[in-house]
Each structure stands twice: as C-alpha cells, then as structure tokens.
Design a protein around this ligand. Structure first.
Ligand SMILES: C[S@@+](CC[C@H](N)C(=O)[O-])C[C@H]1O[C@@H](n2cnc3c(N)ncnc32)[C@H](O)[C@@H]1O
Length: 409
C-alpha cells in the first residue's frame, strides 16, 4: 500500500516498509510557523495543517496515517485520502480538553477516519466514551500492517454539493460563523469549570477548606485586599455605628481587619470604643497592623476565626468583605465566636446577596453569595437574632447586603 505517515513515531516507517508498503513520511512545518501560534489555546501541530493537506492531495496515497489531533484533523477534514488516526497516549478527559481545539478536532477526525487505534487496552474505553469511536489496539508495524489490510480504506466523498466558498458565504450570511465562535468560547469556559468541579469532587472537604485558607494566610496588607484600590472605611463604619457597634465602653472585635481600613477610619473620625481586637489569618497583616496601631487599647490576634480561642468577651463583632470568603460558609466562624459575645452584643457584617459560590481561577479564592433565607437559617443555628438586613456601599456602585444580628439578652 502507498502510505503517508504524518510525523510518525521513530522506527514505524522502516517497520512498515519492511512489510512491503510504499511509505512516505510527511514532516511538520518549520518551527517558525509554530512559533506564530504560541498561545494557550493553540494545539501543537495546527500550523502543519496546510502542509499536510497539500502533501496528501498532491500525491496519491492509499492511506494517510496521523498521530496527533491536528494532523488527524487536517487529513480527515481537508483531504479525501482514507485516514488512520493513532493516539499515542490513552485519551484522558484532561488531555482532550487541554487545548481549545483538541477535542472538536479529534471528534471530527475520529468520525471520518477509516480506523482509530489506541496503544493499549486501557485506551479502548476512553476512546469509546470521549471520541465515540470503537478503536483497534495497535501500536507496532505488525499490527498496523494487519489493520491496513482489514480496515476499509475508502476515499471519502464531500458531504455537500456546494463548494466550500459557497458554504462559507452562507454561514457568514446567516451569522453561523459568529455563533460557532461564541459556542466555542462557551465550550471552553464550560470545560474549565468542569475541570475545577472535577478537582473539587476529588478533594475532601478538609482539603478544600485548607485551600480556601491558603489564600488569606499568605495575604499581604495592601490594596489587593480591597479590590485593588483604596476603599473608604466610612460607609461601613457609619453603618456599624448606627447599628450600635461602637461606644466608649465597648469591646469591638473585627474579623479580618486586613490592612486596618476600618480601624483607621475609626481613629480618624474619633469613633469611640473601649478596646479593639482584630483577628486575622495572615501573619503579614498582623505585623503591619501591630506597627500601624500601637494604641494600648488595640490588639491583634493571628488566627483562624473558626478556631481561635478568644480570652475575653466582646460587645460587638464586625467584619467587612471577609465573611463571603469563608468556606463553606460563615457559620463556623460565628459558632466559634458566639460564646464570647455578651448578651446584647451586636454582629454587623457584609455579604454579597445571591446564590452563587465558586473558587476563582487562582484555585484558592473562594467566594460565596447568600440569600437572606440562608443568612436567617445560619443565625438561628448559632443562636443569634436577626435585627435587620441593611445595605452598605463601600463604593457607590457596589451595594452589599449588611447583616445586623444580636445575641439575645
Ligand atoms: C478581603 S480582605 C478584607 C479586609 C478588610 N476587612 C477590609 O474590608 O478592608 C479579607 C481579610 O480577612 C482575612 N481572613 C480571611 N479568612 C480568615 C479567617 N478564616 N480567619 C481570620 N481572618 C481571615 C484575610 O486575611 C483578610 O485580611
């Protein structure tokens, strides 16, 4: 048989030639062509597609044999030469979605190929599942030689009578191209989300919790804690003051003070408190806070709000931009602090209202939205009474749900 091997593994051309085949190897495009495409979504080998299509069409081959997704796609989609697609590794879901074009290219190639081969039995089931194609286990010259003899090597006929240019024109006319592009972006995003979900599924609850803490343990006391800019402390402090969180004799506990935005506002505006305690997970934040606020009635504790053992009772608990990051919810934080809240003590904290929760692409920043019903249920479980749902705007265009709760007298 006259066989075109497209970038074959070492030794295969010789092995097939030894079995009497007329073998031609088609190499890829020069490295400079690949360098042009160095982006995350770029599938290695895609730059070879025009060359592969041209070489296959310019000669007459009985079979083209491709070993990479892009080469397989080029042979199947751009030529009429019967094609065998050999996957060098067991196709895992992660490998298939590793590049934006890999899975669609392989699905198309697998559907149009004369045969698909996998290197071992382990690849059979994934190939059926992900590529919807029954593969043949074949890895060496001998098994491939057998395959060439068995698989029906029939040249494909075009699926439509319309020439490609006319089809393209119609697709543009009806907006299909834009739709395909949009779908491909959505597919990519979905794949990324599925990857993240899969990772989470395989992690235990404790692992995920540790991951959510890692972000804050390493936090630095800078504006990255407040959306990358200086946020005014007044909106939150004014609301907390209006809800009775401050007063000359009160012990105020702030959870997650960050770089001290709220406390600085209290000091500047002369908002009164008897003493002020800040609990933060980040040692860098604590060091910064201790040097920024040397006042004798202010102190900071390095620790996790869910576990820290406070050594005094408090009259107020405040938290800004922090409870939304606690995984899986802020319930355990309140449960841990609750015994230290004096009867009548007030808790004022902000949340994002809604029904989402996810880890950001960094994999460590957890953000959870809450419905009012969820907040009420959590408060009830930790024996706090809801006083009011209010609103705080750290910035005019950023409304946040402000929860005001109280320990019963
Ligand atoms: C987004 S920053 C908000 C900073 C500050 N409250 C503000 O509004 O400017 C969240 C803060 O909460 C702290 N934090 C996050 N999880 C914590 C936890 N489990 N225990 C204590 N502090 C935590 C972080 O270290 C960080 O300082």
């Amino acid at each position: 048989m006259r066989v075109a091997l497209i970038s074959p593994p070492d030794g295969l051309a010789e092995a097939l030639a030894a079995r009497g085949h007329d073998v031609r190897s088609i190499a890829g495009a020069p490295p400079a062509a690949h360098a042009l495409f160095r982006r995350r979504a770029y599938e290695p080998g895609l730059a070879d597609a025009p060359l592969v299509a041209w070489r296959l069409s310019a000669d007459s081959f009985d079979v083209a044999h491709a070993f990479s997704p892009a080469h397989a796609w080029a042979a199947v989609a751009l030529t009429r030469v019967p094609c065998v697609v050999s996957l060098a590794e067991t196709p895992s879901r992660r490998w298939l979605v590793a590049q934006r074009y890999r899975l669609p290219m392989l699905l198309l190639a697998a559907a149009g190929a004369a045969a698909v081969t996998v290197p071992s039995e382990a690849g059979v089931d994934p190939c059926r599942r992900y590529l919807l194609r029954e593969p043949v286990v074949a890895a060496d010259g001998e098994s491939l030689d057998r395959l060439y003899a068995q698989a029906p090597m029939v040249a494909r006929t075009p699926k439509t009578l319309l020439p490609p240019a006319a089809r393209q024109w119609l697709r543009e006319l009806f907006g299909l191209e834009a739709l395909y592009r949009r779908i491909s972006v959505l597919e990519q995003r979905l794949d990324e989300r599925l990857d993240r979900l899969e990772t989470q599924l395989h992690e235990s609850h404790d692992d995920v919790r540790d991951r959510s803490r890692a972000r804050w343990r390493e936090a630095r006391p800078d504006i990255h804690l407040t959306w990358g800019g200086e946020l005014p402390g007044e909106p939150f402090v004014e609301k907390a003051e209006a809800h009775g969180a401050f007063g000359a004799s009160k012990t105020v506990l702030e959870v997650g003070p960050g770089y001290g935005r709220l406390l600085a506002t209290c000091v500047e505006r002369g908002v009164e408190f008897g003493s002020y305690i800040g609990i933060d997970l980040s040692p860098d934040n604590i060091a910064h806070l201790e040097s920024r606020f040397p006042q004798p009635n202010v102190r900071f504790v390095e620790g996790d709000v869910e576990q820290v053992a406070l050594d005094e009772d408090v009259d107020s608990l405040i938290a800004s931009l922090t409870f939304k990051h606690l995984f899986p919810s802020f319930e355990q934080a309140l449960r841990n602090l609750r015994p230290r809240m004096r009867p009548g003590a007030v808790a004022v904290f902000d949340l994002i209202e809604g029904e989402r929760r996810f880890f950001e692409p960094d994999g460590v920043t957890y953000i959870r939205w809450y419905t009012r019903a969820e907040v009420e249920a959590i408060l009830a479980r930790v024996s706090l009474e809801l006083v009011a749902f209010d609103e705080v705007r750290h910035l005019p265009e950023q409304p946040r749900l402000l929860v005001v709760a109280r320990a019963p007298e």
